[in-house]
Design a protein around this ligand. Structure first.
Ligand code: ZN
Length: 249
């Protein structure tokens, strides 16, 4: 199967669903990573264009580490809007990728770029199937034939705007691939160094471990990642993720 993880910023995927992607890759599935935003606010010292270039390279390296591709819609950080030009760009990305399964941000994550990225991703899983929805791309990709399975990875720290735990219907045990998940995150060296400078400790990786341990605790395993499946009208309802990750006979 072809699996697309579509998040707001470079490194969001590593925090919320990279372990699951590694497990799926190990089972022979094809993985594509993509972001809506280009990471332009991710520095206290470098100008937006320069840090965006650096972060695209970092995200590409993280993707290469697990044999995945990387794509970016290119919206500057904090400039996400749910408008028609952006919807078309994301639909085109969806058609280029032709996914069977899509992972994106949980509704109500902590900041608007994340919320809008989740909405754009969900929107594109639908619009990309419609022949009468032109994207305006110079060489448009073919429509996708079926609405893909859609999963939301957990909000940051697993809580909603009000501090309540969000309802997750799947916790994937990623303990066996935790080192590789951390290695992917560490490809985002500009962010790791920034936090190390601010906190004086390796807060980037520590936060990743704390958060993954928190999801793991819900399933009594060391490290986990949490998801909820979109089961609204017209979307596939069967839990394909659980099937794909079931222990081999
Ligand atoms: Zn983010």
């Amino acid at each position: 199967m072809k699996i697309l993880a579509l998040a707001a910023h470079p490194d969001d995927i590593e925090f919320q669903c990279a372990g699951t992607l590694i497990l799926l890759k190990e089972r022979g599935h094809e993985i594509a990573l993509a972001t809506i935003n280009n990471g332009s606010c991710g520095s206290a010292t470098l100008p937006p264009d320069e840090i965006a270039r650096i972060r695209a390279d970092e995200a590409r390296r993280a993707a290469e580490l697990i044999g995945a591709t990387f794509d970016c819609v290119g919206i500057p950080d904090l400039e996400s809007v749910f408008d028609n030009p952006t919807r078309r760009k994301v639909a085109e990305l969806m058609r280029r990728t032709q996914p069977d399964i899509v992972f994106t941000h949980f509704p109500g994550d902590y900041m608007p770029d994340h919320e809008i990225a989740g909405l754009l991703a969900r929107d594109a899983t639908f619009t990309a199937t419609l022949g009468n929805y032109p994207t305006g791309a110079p060489h448009p990709a073919p429509i996708i034939k079926r609405i893909p399975y859609l999963y939301y990875f957990s909000t940051t720290e697993g809580v909603d705007h009000f501090g309540q735990d969000v309802l997750l219907d799947i916790i994937v045990d990623v303990s066996s691939v935790m080192d590789k998940k951390a290695a992917m995150l560490c490809c985002h060296a500009s962010q790791r160094e920034w936090l190390r400078h601010e906190h004086g400790i390796d807060e980037y990786v520590e936060f990743l471990k704390r958060q993954s341990a928190r999801f793991g605790a819900r399933r009594r395993c060391a490290f986990g990642e949490g998801f909820r499946q979109h089961r609204g009208h017209a979307y596939p309802h069967d839990n394909i993720l659980e099937k794909l990750l079931a222990p081999k006979e």
